[in-house]
Ligand binder design. Structure first.
Ligand code: HEC
Ligand code: HEC
Length: 116
C-alpha cells in the first residue's frame, strides 16, 4: 500500500517536471512581430494577393501605395465592426474575408435583374 503511494507520488512529480514552462502558443502571443507577420499572411490570403500588392517590399514601412491606404481604412472598418457591431460573445468575428472572399476587388453591388 505504502509502496503504491510512493510510486504514485513519483509519477506525479515526473509529470509536473515534464510540463513545458512556456507553451508555444503563449510565446507566440508575446512576440508582436510574429503576430503582425501572421496577420499579414492572413489578410494576403483573404484578398488573394501577395505582400507586394500593398507594400514596396524594399521598404515595408512605406505608406505610399494606394492599396496600403485602402487596406488601412478597411482594417479600421473591421475593427469597428468587431468593437461596435459583433460584440456579443457568440457573434461571428468580422475579417477581410467577410467581404473580400479571396479577391482584392470584391463585387459589392447587388446584381440587378431588370437590365433595361
Ligand atoms: C492588403 C494590403 C496588405 C498586404 C497584402 C500586406 N500588408 Fe503588410 N501592412 C499593410 C498595412 C495597411 C500595414 C500597416 C498596419 C498598421 O498600421 O497596423 C502593414 C504593415 C506591415 C508591416 C509593419 C511595417 C512597420 O511599420 O513596421 C510589415 C513588416 C508588413 N506589413 C509585412 C507584410 C508582409 C510580409 C506581407 C505579405 C505576407 C504583407 N505585409 C501583406 C497592408 C498589407
Ligand atoms: C465591409 C466590407 C469589407 C471589408 C470587411 C473589407 N473590405 Fe476591402 N474592400 C471592400 C470593397 C467593397 C472593395 C472594393 C471597392 C471598390 O470597388 O472601389 C474593397 C477594396 C479593398 C482594397 C483595394 C483593392 C485594390 O486592388 O485596389 C484593399 C487593399 C482592401 N479592400 C483591403 C482590405 C483589408 C486588408 C481588409 C481586412 C482588414 C478589408 N479590405 C476588409 C469591402 C471590404
Amino acid at each position: 500500500m505504502m509502496k503504491n503511494k510512493t510510486s504514485l507520488l513519483t509519477l506525479c512529480l515526473i509529470a509536473l517536471l515534464a510540463l513545458p514552462t512556456e507553451s508555444a502558443e503563449h510565446k507566440k502571443l508575446n512576440d508582436p512581430d510574429l503576430v503582425k507577420r501572421e496577420y499579414m499572411v492572413k489578410i494576403s490570403r483573404q484578398l488573394g494577393v501577395t505582400c507586394n500588392h500593398c507594400h514596396d517590399v524594399n521598404n515595408f514601412k512605406s505608406e505610399l501605395m494606394p492599396t496600403y491606404k485602402v487596406a488601412k481604412e478597411h482594417m479600421h472598418i473591421v475593427d469597428l465592426l468587431n468593437k461596435q457591431g459583433f460584440k456579443a460573445k457568440n457573434d461571428p468575428k468580422a475579417d477581410c474575408f467577410m467581404c473580400h472572399r479571396g479577391t482584392s476587388m470584391p463585387d459589392y453591388k447587388e446584381k440587378t435583374l431588370d437590365k433595361k
